[in-house]
Write a protein that binds this ligand. Sequence first.
Ligand code: C2E
Ligand code: CA
Ligand code: CA
Ligand code: CA
Length: 276
Amino acid sequence: AKVAGKNCYRFYSRAMDQAVERRVRMEQDLRGAWERGELSLAYQPIYRMADSALMGVEALLRWQHPEQGAVAPSVFIDVAEQSGLIETIGPQVLRAACEDLRKWQRDFPAAAGMFVSVNVSPRQLRGGDLAEQVERQLEDVDLAPECLHIELTETAVIGDELRASALLSRLRNAGVKVWLDDFGTGFSGLSHLRRVPVDGVKIDRSFIADVLRDPDDLALTTAIIAMAHSLGITVIAEGVEKEGQFDILRERGCDLAQGYWLSHPVTAQDIEGLLT
Ligand code: C2E
Ligand code: CA
Ligand code: CA
Ligand code: CA
């Protein structure tokens, strides 16, 4: 609705008009979706490459639309981000992920040192009180700060690095780990690591997809691992779909991995099954 004010209406082609309408409808449907129980979290296991131990999980939001069924996260999260709804949904995701992990830690000895990694969107980062919000949630849920990892994309920290690094420092001082997601896609990646304080980088799955075929991607991935390690930064590979990818990444010293070859995102209940 913001872009389609009455005066510019006539400039839209019919197709664009319909696209805008779809977004507006999706935004309306998304409002209150959490309260209605349509939103839930899937969890994808993250393993240590050296010994294949389960170290943690990434929380991934799912939306079961009452008529349309499952909606792709890349689609509805974009709508949530653009409309500002993410500022309501984001904290709900954070809360639920912390609560689930806390419950696993209470119920299963195997979950004692496990972490949960939560995606935080650029808008939440700009919103202001993220560090405060995180600290409050950890206290409410009684979760150890180092068990919470926050995933930020490169694009979220680019632009306002000074502000971003101040916020990241606050989070890290509180004991929370910060990971840079989709690493390598922003091109300015490597130089950023000197200015933006992070604990880990997740090498984007577009590089992982090609490590067996494309020598450039293998070289780049190997360079990222070496450089990150020289700065004391953990390296996570995402989108590991084949055994060969896992093997070569482990050989190059990559620390952690997730991907379909290891496990698809699963329900909270399935995670409990892994812990028993
Ligand atoms: P992401 O943070 O890069 O998350 C990883 C995506 O890769 C997930 O897609 C996951 O299901 C998928 N994936 C995992 N293993 C493999 C693999 O081996 N091969 C391939 N091709 N894909 C794999 P998903 O769940 O559709 O999420 C898409 C994006 O939506 C996420 O990308 C993230 O940017 C965003 N997202 C998901 N949940 C949240 C959330 O709670 N908050 C925010 N702000 N963003 C979220
Ligand atoms: Ca992520
Ligand atoms: Ca990613
Ligand atoms: Ca390539």
